[in-house]
Ligand binder design. Structure first.
Ligand code: UD1
Length: 456
């Protein structure tokens, strides 16, 4: 299903050696009940900082359960651009061999940087390892303001000096010493960047008001496997005792909790029944609670979840919050579900502004959604109807696919390159559950604008 093209220098100089997502769309015939078993892939939001952190090792790392996504491909290209060797290995290619011994650059490729926001994760590791880094501001933003001031503030307090030239952020360190940092907001990315940088600092760093997301616990697990001394991830105080060097290790990436949540909603929205293999129920408790409220039957097992839809969902109110609250990355999918609820629901988005892009597209399918700032009021309708819609970012794309699965008639979802950033083999997995979904190359002309939003 690899629809990503590695364009050669002779083919198109501008994109030489770069990962260029191909335009494609999904054609979904809705109304099928999804049943069966599906296995979730490794977590995108865990593997990206972990790939960045691997440059700090003195010897090669092997990562297992690495999802094959546009974002992981781009991150691999970024690492290669820094001189690091990166190869897909293993019988099914789901492992990544990363050899950072040949790391010889500290300037992150600007075009790639614009394609994947997570390239900012190189700041902490490169400052820690080689003492300098040059990045550009991460690319366009479709889910509201996403500054990186807290990343910079944290790394400055460890001892880095930042300057800005022609849109490039250039940072260098002289001292690199542990410090007490209190984050203004529990930012996931800032927590991770500071943890990585502090792993190689002298002395102890304490990060207070840290984000508590499971991906941060996974990053701690990886860093500690490399010889770091970190504890507290998963709580709001993280303590990093700096070490002088880190070594290569073997590590398995946690399952993707947002992919789990997306399949949970797929079961409920199609009144189906899905066993989600490799899911960690404790990571999706907020989603489970909401889906139970709307009437779903959910059974939790050690490494899996059984989710059964029981007809039209009941309405409910949802407020996105930092973990363990309801994840903002599941908000668009929940909106699709609530658009067919038996009554009116309210969604409040507290993490990002402009994260209701899917509302207008769902409206094309007959949903009755009114948005006011960070609030969306959703008046449930009995059924959605197929239409041509556009995925403007990763999770809004997921929301439209879910809506298309439950709608009457045919839905065309354009802008699938946004979904390829974060869902591995999505159409194959959905088809194996009985969905009628196929990928067709080429966007509809009216939508044929390349938008890689670089978001979440
Ligand atoms: C990560 C996730 C993303 C998820 C988000 C919130 C990755 C790769 N992405 O994004 O999928 O939606 O967490 O769960 O892990 N903020 C600042 N200054 C900063 C940093 C953040 O003001 O320096 C603000 C943001 O604008 C936002 C809030 O803090 O309003 C939370 O952002 P943050 O937790 O940093 O999200 P990301 O790490 O970007």
């Amino acid at each position: 299903m690899d629809k990503t093209v590695h364009v050669t220098a002779t083919a198109r100089g501008l994109f030489a050696g770069r990962v260029v997502p191909q335009m494609s769309k999904f054609i979904i015939e809705g109304g099928r009940t999804l049943r069966g078993e599906v296995s979730v892939s490794g977590a995108k939001n865990a593997v990206l900082p972990i790939m960045a952190a691997s440059v700090m090792a003195d010897s090669p790392c092997v990562l297992h359960n690495v999802p094959d996504l546009t974002d992981t491909k781009i991150m691999a290209e970024i690492l290669k651009g820094l001189g690091v060797r990166v190869d897909r290995i293993g019988p099914d290619g789901s492992s990544l061999y990363i050899d950072p011994r040949t790391l010889n650059r500290h300037v992150v490729d600007e075009l790639l940087m614009r394609q994947v926001r997570s390239s900012v994760f190189l700041m902490g590791p490169l400052l820690g390892k080689v003492g300098k880094v040059q990045v550009s501001y991460p690319g366009g933003c479709d889910i509201g303001q996403r500054p990186i001031d807290l990343h910079i503030k944290g790394l400055k307090s460890l001892g880095a000096t930042f300057t800005e030239e022609h849109g490039q952020i250039i940072a260098e360190r002289d001292r690199w010493e542990g410090v007490d940092i209190h984050l203004d907001i529990p930012s996931v990315g800032a927590t991770e960047n500071i943890m990585m940088g502090a792993a190689l600092a002298k002395g102890v760093t304490v990060i207070r008001n840290a984000a508590k997301e499971p991906e941060i616990v996974d990053l701690q697990g990886f860093l500690n496997s490399m010889g770091a001394r970190i504890r507290g991830a998963g709580t709001d105080v993280i303590r990093v005792e700096g070490v002088t060097n880190l070594y290569g290790c073997e590590y398995t990436i946690m399952p993707d909790r947002i992919e789990v949540g997306t399949f949970m909603v797929a079961a409920v929205i199609t009144s189906g029944a899905i066993w989600i293999e490799n899911a960690l129920p404790e990571h999706v408790q907020a989603v489970t609670a909401k889906l139970r409220e709307v009437g779903a039957e959910i059974t939790e097992k050690d490494r899996g979840l059984y989710v059964k839809g029981t007809g039209r969902p009941k309405p409910t109110d949802v407020k996105t919050l930092p973990y363990p609250g309801f994840p903002t990355d599941m908000q668009p999918q929940m909106m699709a579900l609530l658009s067919i609820a038996e009554g009116t629901s309210v969604i409040t988005e507290t993490i990002f502004d402009s994260r209701f892009k899917q509302a207008e597209e769902l409206g094309r399918m007959g949903a009755k959604i009114r948005t006011e700032g960070r609030t969306a009021i959703i008046k449930g309708v009995p059924r959605l109807s197929g239409a041509m819609v556009e995925a403007t970012d990763l999770r809004s794309g997921a929301s439209l696919v879910l809506a298309g699965l439950s709608a009457d008639g045919v839905t065309t979802v354009n802008g699938i390159h946004n979904l390829d950033r974060g869902y591995e083999r999505l159409e194959a997995k959905l088809a194996s559950l009985g969905a009628s979904i196929k990928r067709v190359l080429g966007d509809e002309p009216v939508h044929a604008r390349l938008r890689v939003t670089g978001m979440n």
